[in-house]
Each structure stands twice: as structure tokens, then as C-alpha cells.
Design a protein. Structure first.
Length: 280
């Protein structure tokens, strides 16, 4: 099996460590990775700021700046030229799905997609209190105030999130739309803190099944993301073991993603995730 990382970040990420991507690539080479995808958070539309609530940095530090795009592509090209004989380096974005900005996202991908070779589609924002959008994975306070409190219960919150991901998968983002869905259970990041359900009820499973079948029908992939294992209140992969099993039954391709934002996170959890895949 090809040893690859399909989800990683760089010094261009405002909420990252600031570690140089070159040092991250060097570590990936030492760990024996054959393919490494650099998928920095794509810029957000300016208009989204008016729809966002919660801590300001949840918006301002969520993604790279539009003005950084030339430097980003230039840096990755230099890495490809320098290390291409040792590791295949893909360049692309982790693209946010924003329901009110599909046209903006499609236009962005049409412009910059031709320069990319691998992309991830994720849901980091969901509509909640006061009909505003709140960050799913930023702070405990925003999660509780903006998303959990307005929801009927934890299962209802799960269903809302999985429906949002389904909407992302089916959205018309054009010919350069990402083919891999990022951390599809990110809504569980704070599950241990808030005592969210560990087991999905029948109604939630129905929504999950629809989502996975949609991914399968479109021929898309799932980001098998290690980051949740290292989050204080999550302690499991994205997706979790139960969804992993169903995804495998549907033969949906799974691509390991470190979601590394620092040197130390490159390759973390790889052997654990591969063991889980092989155990099914």
C-alpha cells in the first residue's frame, strides 16, 4: 500500500504552529512517506464575515489570506523541485463548504484549481444561534453557545452536521471540486467535554448512511483523519470506528490524513489508523 498523507498544512495557516513546511516534508521523507499532500485552508469569502458569529479569530485565523496565494504556490513548487526525487508532493487546498457562497467557491476553484493536484472539502462552520454561522471546532464556548444550545440534543446536532456535509458533497463546485471529504465527524471534537452521545441513534444512522452512499455514488474519498486522536475531548479518529466500518463495506477509498499543523504532528497516528483499517 502506498504510504501517503492526504491532508497537511503549512506556515501559511494563521492558526498553525508556524513551522516551515520544508521541515515537515523532511520529516515525512524520514518516516517513509511516498506521497504528501499540502492542503492549506483556502481563503474565505469576505462576505462570510457578516454571517459569522463567535470569537473573531474563528473567522480571521481560519484560513490563509488571498494575498498569500502567490507565495504559497511558489513555496510548494520549490519544495516539489527540491524533494521530488524523494517524495511526490501534491499541492491544493482544504476548501470550506459555505452554503451561501457556492458560487464564490466555484469561481475560486475555477481560478486556482488548475494549479492544484489534490484538494479536501470540509465543513468547519454550521448555522446555529441567531441564524449565524459558528465554528464547529474552535472554542468550547462558541460550540456550546452557537451550536449545542440551539440544538434539540446531541443526536440532532450530529444530524444537522452530517446533512451539511451531504450538502457539501452534492454542491456544484465545478470541475475542480475536491474529491475527498475532510474529517467528516469533526462535530465530535468536544464530545467528551459535553457528554455527547457515543453511539448514533437510528435517525442519525439514516443520515450517515445517506451521506456515505452519496460519497460512494460520486466516487469520492474519505479523509481518514488522525487529528481527533490527539484532541483532549475527542480521543478518536475522524471518522469514528463505526462509520469507518460502514465506509469500508461501501468500498469508499480512505486516505490517511495527519492534518498536521506542525512538524511534530507529521505522520502522527499513521500506524494506529492503518491497523484499524486492516482489522476490519
Amino acid at each position: 500500500m502506498l504510504k501517503q498523507d492526504g491532508h497537511s498544512h503549512t506556515e501559511f495557516c494563521p492558526h498553525g504552529s508556524g513551522d516551515d513546511v520544508e521541515l515537515m516534508i523532511q520529516k515525512a521523507i524520514r518516516l517513509g512517506f511516498e506521497r504528501y499532500s499540502i492542503t492549506e485552508h483556502a481563503p474565505l469569502p469576505t462576505a462570510f464575515k457578516q454571517e459569522y458569529a463567535g470569537l473573531e479569530t474563528g473567522y480571521t485565523e481560519a484560513s490563509m489570506a488571498m494575498s498569500d496565494l502567490p507565495a504559497y504556490f511558489k513555496k510548494v513548487k520549490r519544495m516539489q523541485d527540491k524533494y521530488g526525487a524523494k517524495i511526490h508532493i501534491n499541492v491544493g487546498f482544504e476548501v470550506d463548504y459555505l452554503s451561501n457562497h457556492v458560487q464564490w467557491t466555484r469561481d475560486f476553484l475555477n481560478e486556482y484549481g488548475p494549479q492544484t493536484t489534490d484538494n479536501v472539502l470540509s465543513v468547519h462552520f454550521m448555522q446555529g444561534a441567531n441564524h449565524k454561522f459558528w465554528c464547529v471546532d474552535d472554542t468550547l464556548t462558541d460550540f456550546e453557545t452557537g451550536l449545542l444550545t440551539p440544538a434539540e440534543n446531541g443526536q440532532a446536532l450530529y444530524r444537522q452536521y452530517f446533512r451539511a456535509v451531504t450538502e457539501a458533497v452534492t454542491a456544484d463546485l465545478g470541475q475542480y471540486a475536491p474529491k475527498r471529504i475532510g474529517h467528516m465527524t469533526l462535530i465530535r471534537k468536544f464530545q467528551d467535554y459535553f457528554g455527547l452521545p457515543r453511539i448514533y441513534d437510528a435517525d442519525t444512522w439514516q443520515v450517515i448512511t445517506t451521506l456515505l452512499q452519496t460519497i460512494q455514488q460520486k466516487g469520492d474519498q474519505l479523509d481518514y483523519n488522525a487529528a481527533g486522536l490527539y484532541k483532549e475531548f475527542c480521543n478518536e479518529t475522524y471518522p469514528d470506528d463505526a462509520i469507518l466500518k460502514q465506509a469500508q463495506q461501501l468500498k469508499i477509498p480512505l486516505v490517511y490524513g495527519s492534518d498536521a499543523h506542525s512538524i511534530k504532528e507529521v505522520g502522527h497516528g499513521y500506524h494506529t489508523l492503518m491497523a484499524m483499517i486492516n482489522a476490519k
